[in-house]
Ligand binder design. Structure first.
Ligand SMILES: [Fe+2]
Length: 493
């Protein structure tokens, strides 16, 4: 219900009941929003029936062939896992790259415009093509094509695109709209004031971003079961922290301190860079203990098999993994994951899933490489500040054409929808915990010591940390394995 409210739709009660009988109600809901269009404010029972019937005719490609059986035979987990959506939605439909990227950006615009439309703070909302100076005050929702600064007065000239056209706007220096840096390719709403003199650019009075709603119902588990978050294992690297990993294995097996805490953990989530890969950066071979990528995944299988098999392990790939680097990345191929234990699910990067009703979005975090240079004051040492910005934009990696390659898929799988209860990233190799509008933000450390390449890039890792989150309260406990048996910090016990 709250999900539809956020998207400004009214749902018939019969429609809602039917929706809740489906085993993936959120996926159906999103499809309903995509198909109902901007004009219709209603979701009817017939619309739900149509979408459910259509989905039943489609094959569900989320688990590669062969692994389904293995997953089915895995030990039954106490905490139910529900896949809500994978960022990767199959290969591009358009054959021309330009048309494929056009489809991607249209999808992004529509998904984010839906979150902005209908707000009282965006009065007299118009398509760009229909803006008239005689309106006095009007609003638009657009994707940022360009931001440039005027040479003398340092005002901003903002170019916005929507599906009807393009417009140049003036954002005066020190005005409310200029307070939060505007990033290329983000989608925002702008309230405009037109000048009386002809030929002057409309002025931006205020800017609205999609953001996470201030009040929403948060997912909580009815039982105090827990999930452990890890990232950036970099198996195959000479710098893999085997001793710290051994401590982690001992702790999870109940052989270290707090065995009762270890026993309450049902799930492990790993946010990418499962292996170190090959050819990821110049002269990486000097840093590798295992130089064959297939062998690296075999070793990953052995390391994950050391963890108790009652755990449900969910992992997404990162930029070091052997899969297409363009984001969203598909799940790893069956040939690489064949050696993983049956309790491991490999999903696409990013992916959204629920652990006993708590919605988790796992994204590796490659876009830190673009967002950190673009946001004044941002750094790898404070990744959660950048994650807040992702939630404000409701997008994980908006900037096109920089260091994060974007895959031209028909649906923009990097849009954050639904808003999660927990957003977890890696990539920065640091450890950070924060909260933003009820969302728990976590950058989940690494199990690799500092490499020469990182030293060169001035990245100081914070390795061998793990986070345990209580799914009933979202309280978090930080575990530090960097100096032997774990030390604990936080309120999540
Ligand atoms: Fe990494």
């Amino acid at each position: 219900m709250h999900y539809f409210e956020e998207h400004h739709k009214l749902v018939e009660s019969g429609a809602l009941q039917l929706l809740l009988t489906d085993h993936q109600p959120l996926i159906v809901s999103r499809e309903l929003l995509e198909r109902s269009g901007a004009e219709s404010p209603f979701v009817t029972r017939e619309m739900v029936e149509e979408v459910i019937a259509r989905r039943r005719r489609l094959p569900t490609p989320t688990v590669p062939a062969g692994r389904e059986e293995m997953l089915a035979s895995a030990p039954r987990r106490a905490v139910p896992f529900e896949l809500l959506s994978e960022g990767f939605s199959g290969p591009p439909v358009a054959t021309q790259p330009l048309a494929a990227y056009e489809a991607l950006f249209h999808s992004r615009y529509r998904a984010l415009a839906r979150l902005l439309r209908g707000r009282p703070s965006l009065p007299n909302l118009r398509p760009i093509q229909e803006l008239r100076a005689s309106d006095g005050v009007a609003s638009v929702i657009g994707m940022v094509r360009e931001v440039r600064e005027t040479p003398q007065r340092h005002h901003l000239i903002l170019t916005l695109d929507d599906e009807s056209g393009s417009v140049e706007l003036l954002v005066p220096k020190d005005s409310p709209g200029s307070r939060v840096p505007i990033l290329p390719d983000e989608v925002l709403g702008a309230t405009l004031q037109f000048a009386k003199e002809p030929g002057r650019l409309p002025r931006v009075a205020s800017i609205d971003r999609p953001d996470v709603p201030a009040s929403r119902t948060l997912g909580r588990s009815p039982r105090p079961r827990r999930v452990l978050f890890l990232s950036d294992l970099h198996i195959g690297s000479r710098s893999f922290l085997a001793e710290a990993w051994k401590e982690l294995v001992g702790f999870l097996r109940g052989q270290g301190p707090r065995p009762e805490l270890a026993a309450s953990i049902d799930h492990v989530v790993i946010a990418g860079d499962l292996v170190d890969g090959i050819g990821i950066y110049p002269r990486q071979e000097r840093d590798l203990a295992i130089s064959d990528v297939v062998e690296q995944y075999a070793e990953l299988g052995r390391r994950l098999a050391e963890l108790p098999e009652r755990l449900g392990i969910v992992a997404v790939p990162g930029n070091h993994d052997a899969v297409c680097p363009a984001e969203p990345q598909p799940a790893l191929s069956d040939s690489l994951t064949r050696g993983l234990p049956p309790n491991v699910r490999i999903l696409a990067n990013p992916s959204t899933f629920a652990l006993e009703g708590v919605v988790v979005e796992a994204y590796h975090g490659r876009s830190f490489d673009d967002l950190i240079p673009a946001l004044p004051g941002a750094s790898y040492a404070r990744p959660t500040e950048v994650m807040k910005r992702m939630l404000l934009m409701r997008h994980l990696a908006p900037i096109y054409g920089d260091r994060t390659p974007l895959a031209p898929l028909p649906r923009d799988g990097l849009v954050i929808d639904p808003a999660p209860d927990i957003l977890v990233t890696g990539h920065a190799h640091t450890y950070g915990v924060d909260r933003y509008r009820g969302v728990l933000l976590l950058n989940a450390s690494t199990w690799q010591a500092e490499t020469e390449y990182q030293r060169m890039r001035n990245i100081t890792p914070v390795p061998a940390r793990a986070a345990v989150v209580d799914l009933a309260t979202l309280n978090l406990l930080s575990l530090d394995f960097s100096r032997g048996p774990p030390t604990f910090d936080g309120a999540g016990a």
